[in-house]
Design a protein around this ligand. Sequence first.
Ligand SMILES: [Zn+2]
Ligand SMILES: [Zn+2]
Length: 330
Amino acid sequence: MPKMRAMVLDRPKTPLVLREQPVPQPAAGQALIAIEACGVCRTDLHVVDGELPNPKLPIVPGHEIVGRVTTLGPGVRNFALGARVGVPWLGEACGVCPYCRSGRENLCDAPVFTGYTRDGGYATHALANTRFSFALPEELDAAETAPLLCAGLIGWRSYRMAGQGEALGLYGFGAAAHILAQVAIWQGRRVFAFTRSDDTASQDFARSLGAVWAGGSDEMPPEKLDAAIIFAPVGALVPAALAVVKKGGRVVCGGIHMSDIPSFPYRLLWEERELLSVANLTHRDAYEFLAIAPRVGIKMQVTRYPLDQANAALDDLRQGRFEGAAVLVP
Ligand SMILES: [Zn+2]
Ligand SMILES: [Zn+2]
């Protein structure tokens, strides 16, 4: 029986373990993917740290997969053998709940999440539902494309939710923000990057990408903003962001997990400021973003790690040791 390699989480708060296991066979509607690259997302840290409820255990994390179809399950017609595909966080939705039927499959009542409730991409192979996978161009570099599958797609949904305003704040200048900053600047918007006050490396990185201002999240930007997106998992940033948006401005929480939000005076929300969260992604987000990304010419800053160095990649992400995104290359 052919074998694959995977980095497996047996229990939250323990290191991933390298395992050899049989290559799974695709069921109806699925494809077996030979993985070329898989991005390391902050959500993976939340899975490993036990901050998200009820993961499948043991679980192979990873939901920013770029690879090729090597085996097709019964009934698959939308991909051919050898096709290059991207597999995102939303691995499957039920198709029949009220959310799915209204084009909001991101809120599905019975979803499957890649690398959380189905084995993901920290491996040489993974199964994927082809209706929730996306065709990718041949010419793209796999490692530079992988972060688009979550930081890009869910980042794009957050960006869309932030509205059309010209002055956009980004809290937490990691993988998603470094992609979105390039999209926003390409669209003629002004980007304001907020980081930990002592993180001058990320502030310099943001300015190098064209941010008009970068500073600590405890600082006031030189002008009031139309909207802000919070990617850092820090609840205290919610009142901080509300304090820097204009009347009618919007604050979008783009992460899946956040520490508690401290209480704040109603005046920060008053004057029709809005606060909302973004959950998961829809097909529409993927089609829109994968169409716009090549036009923007996004320059992806990636740090590559071999598969068996996944724990080091997660630790480096936790400690903020690189700019941009980490990617595992099996
Ligand atoms: Zn559903
Ligand atoms: Zn993610």
